[in-house]
Design a protein around this ligand. Sequence first.
Ligand code: MGD
Ligand code: MGD
Ligand code: SF4
Ligand code: MO
Length: 744
Amino acid sequence: MSVERTAYRSCPFCEATCGTAITVDGDRITGVRGDRDDPFSRGFICPKAYGLKELHADPDRLRNPMKRTPEGWREIEWKTAYDEIAARLQEIRQAHGNDSVGMYTGNPVVHDLGALLYRPVFQRALDSRSMFNSSAIDTLPKIVQTGLMFGRQFPTGVPVPDIDRTDFLLVVGANPMVSHGSLMTMPDAPGRLKAIGARGGKLVVIDPRRSETAKLADEHFFLRPGTDALLLLAMVHTLFDESLFDLGAATGLVTGFREVESAARDYAPERVAERCGIDADAIRRLTREFASSPSAACYGRLGTCVQEFGTLASWGCDLLNILTGNLDRPGGVMFTTPAAPVDAALPKGVGFEIGRWFSRVGKHPEVGGLIPSSAMAEEILTPGDGQVRAMFLLMTNPLRSAANSTQLEAAFAKLDLLVAVDFYLNETTSHADYILPTPTAAEHEHYDVGLYCLSVRNVAKWSQTAVEPAPGAPHTWEILANLGARMMGLADVPLQYIDDLVLRQYVEAALEDCRWEDLHSEEAIGKLESQIGPERIVELLLRIGPYGDGFGRNPDGLTLAKVKAEPHGIDLGPLRPRLREVINTASGRVELAPALMLGDLERLERRLSSDPAPMLLIGRRDLRSTNSFTHNLPALVKGPQRCTLHIHSGDADRIGVTAGGNARVTSRVGSVVVPVEITDDLMPGVVSLPHGWGHDADGSRLQTAGKHAGVNANILTDDRAYDTASGTAVLFGTPVDVTPASSG
Ligand SMILES: Nc1nc2c(c(=O)[nH]1)N[C@H]1C(S)=C(S)[C@@H](COP(=O)(O)OP(=O)(O)OC[C@H]3O[C@@H](n4cnc5c(=O)[nH]c(N)nc54)[C@H](O)[C@@H]3O)O[C@H]1N2
Ligand SMILES: Nc1nc2c(c(=O)[nH]1)N[C@H]1C(S)=C(S)[C@@H](COP(=O)(O)OP(=O)(O)OC[C@H]3O[C@@H](n4cnc5c(=O)[nH]c(N)nc54)[C@H](O)[C@@H]3O)O[C@H]1N2
Ligand code: SF4
Ligand SMILES: [Mo]
């Protein structure tokens, strides 16, 4: 008789970290439900959680390393894969230098503890400047903006809305009813958003689309894509113009106040209103309401990042928060106090730097040693010293997620070597020479070291393994450690030895500037109970962290054992004020007016005085997708086709496209034909198309996704369009031409 077991883990399909209870019979997942005893998510899950079961059972999912041969794909042994890949990488870098090997990583890395903690290890082993920043696909403007203002490395300097206590949430370019929050880790986004109204608070949404969040809101304003910086500067202008500012907790802790006042002088609401599509009176009224609310939080996400003025728009959001006294105040925006402070392992020092060097071809600034993902194709295609000839991809499908995917596909075809750590043979990995699959989330333990730095409450939870991986199948950290070791000439060394070296690096970084001054490496290493792998690093971070036991110095404090003993998770309380300890700028103050932002205003001015494009394309997320990789799971693709072009009825009539008919959408770089849905939920002059589709590529092995192929939105997005300040690709606000089309 079989015995059913239950494992508890956070769901890996978005940033919300909902607690799931996974029932298992033998090596089969039998069910996934919300964990009612999880103090953070209280039983909430969305339909995607069920994907844990379908993904584990997916017959298309790869289980063994794959090698491309003249006869087609062949399964090979892990050791052969490591040896061959390392040898090819060595060969390429010996012939062409270290920078000829590039690396790019994708969104799922944040849900795989081993990938997250051992990526830097492999990166160091590659010792190349061709490290492409996946944050440049969604978060870089926020990283640069908060880095310059607060002097901290991502993700520890990003204030998050205190959503459970706020009286006023202003959502600019985010759709948390569907995305469930990003840079704001909060299970049960719908419940938390509805609770704002239920306690008498207000929700206002600024979005070119009447999104699911906008439909819930008290007020929604349509805004022309890419004009957020103008709107937010107009709100800042109003704060000064009408003397509505009050720094609150930030009083005495800021610098650059006068510079902001003078910069905002040019952006009177009356001057930007027409361009934004929002009345000047409405801008002034909204500003007054925000400023006079007992607490308020302005939250910007993708709509304020993946656009032409992402850094300025992100700056505008936090200026509004700071100048109205809402930074570091309950109900405003606050800094999480994570139990496992991953920043302890980041390079120390004061301030945040950008542009210590620039990319070879496009001259994009580096951030944290990485160059923007939009530079990938040009770095591969442009000959010269440092040209990229090999790429290592870690859990990403850039031929569906990055701008101008046609060009990137042509670039990948030119590589001498493409290696993908991925469990699907999909649109990108089908171009690889080797594919290295890793176990699914249900098959590994996990701790949300990254996402718990951005959670709306302080929490800790250890995610359990639900099903054991196939015998011999390595975890992501083992793959990265094994390949990294070979790249450093340590081919025949036991994994334990390599991992001890990795641990030592983490310990030394973490103990520099640690709150337990008398704690030394040998003591910490000696007292760690975990033996190997990412778990040992989490144990270290928990024990030195703000709630930690300090390796015995605070006996009641947290240890990994205590966290593991609470499989539903531990609630460590609401966000608490900590601005003084967060500020890490050279001036010791919050930098309200970094030179990068002031310098970028000239570009904004130029845009304001140029003619607006008649039709702009934006994205759209769907509740049952996670970017590109959940479309092979039957429960998540059933129902009507979701990859459609949304267009306003007035535009549809003028252009002559009809509901259910097809439209051709053309941008500078490409063209697609897509079914049309007419809706007045979009503002006129804006069309919307979801990303992550286009599953009809030759060479993929995705039976279910292939039947729901859709089109690839990133055929249209332009690699040459980016937020110059940060190097972020413009994914929302692409000028397009829409015409009727007869067939697909
Ligand atoms: N036009 C447009 N483009 C966009 C966006 C948009 O809104 N509009 N959004 C952007 C954003 S925000 C993001 S974050 C990116 C996301 O883009 P990516 O980071 O490329 O994410 P995915 O497309 O989901 O691809 C993830 C890959 O990892 C693999 N994978 C998933 N989980 C695992 C795992 O546990 N182990 C292994 N080995 N492999 C795994 C999948 O098979 C898939 O190939 O897309 C961006 N692209
Ligand atoms: N269901 C689901 N959830 C997801 C994902 C998913 O693919 N599916 N992806 C995850 C990932 S990787 C991320 S990064 C997050 C993203 O989380 P969000 O940012 O909340 O997600 P989006 O739906 O892209 O929301 C962006 C909103 O900006 C609007 N917008 C477009 N252009 C502009 C503009 O110029 N200005 C303004 N103000 N608004 C604009 C869009 O209409 C959209 O409503 O979601 C995560 N969660
Ligand atoms: S909202 Fe859905 S996808 Fe996101 S963590 Fe929760 S269950 Fe998973
Ligand atoms: Mo993202």
